[in-house]
Design a protein around this ligand. Sequence first.
Ligand code: CP
Ligand code: NVA
Length: 303
Amino acid sequence: MTIRHFLDIASHSPATLRAILDEAHRLKANGRGRLDLLPGRTLAMLFEQVSTRTRFSFDLAMRELGGDTIIASGGEMQLGRGETLGDTAAVLSRYVDAIMIRMLDHEGLVAFAEEASVPVINGLTRRSHPCQILADIMTIEERLGPIEARTVAWVGDGNNVAATFVEAARRLGFRFKIATPVEYDLAEDVVTAAKADGSKLEVGRDPYWAVKDADVVVTDTWTSMGDVDEDRRRSILTPFRVDDALMAAAAPGAIFLHCLPAHRGDEVTDSVMDGPQSAVFDEAENRVHAQKAVLAWCFRAID
Ligand code: CP
Ligand code: NVA
């Protein structure tokens, strides 16, 4: 039987993504009590990079589904002393029932999954953050109804989270407008794949153009994990700050999302983060529900 890895959005069908999202909404409606969906199952969580939300929300999700977790950082494992990813994947597959891993190198994650004989879940790479985008879509649907009818505007760095939104727009058919400076564009292959699919991706440079008619305005840090040019990024990306004036140029009733951690005063002002259009803390909470649904799918508790 094929192992159900969850490494990105693009490799899953619209039907699978819809099933996971529907399960996430259902699990949230059921409340936060303990379910016995995955009794006796253990999830290993490996972090080569720091995390607050991914770490806590996966841990809670697995426990609330009746399972258990083991958490380790790369530096405290033999990985840090040169044991290969492949050997690590093979060994952990003998101990646990699924592995969530955060590592910058996306190809490394794919190679790890190839050697694992249990499901592997992407907890963020330089290229993709699929669990985040499921929580984002869940938040949009809670506030605004089905995602298919919505326009999402991204303003700022064309980073891993932006690229994952593009994949979701390809699969789920919503309109995605993105304004980035030329220096920090989306990766070329991300745009090429979206265009080949005929998806509703629109790429520009002007934040005001991007948010026009948008139901959702999204941004993210200007300096992602692994980026080194923080000062240069700040000076180039400053015109892309999300402030009250930019939010006012979006569609009436538009919401603001940010995967967090936010750098208040850089990519977003306090007044937007804490204002009436902000859904960022629902978005963070929804990581728990969305990841429960991902775990349920990986363990074949849903189709
Ligand atoms: N949004 C997100 O993945 O946050 P963490 O880096 O805290 O996990
Ligand atoms: N783009 C950010 C997201 C953090 C959750 C990063 O990769 O650091």
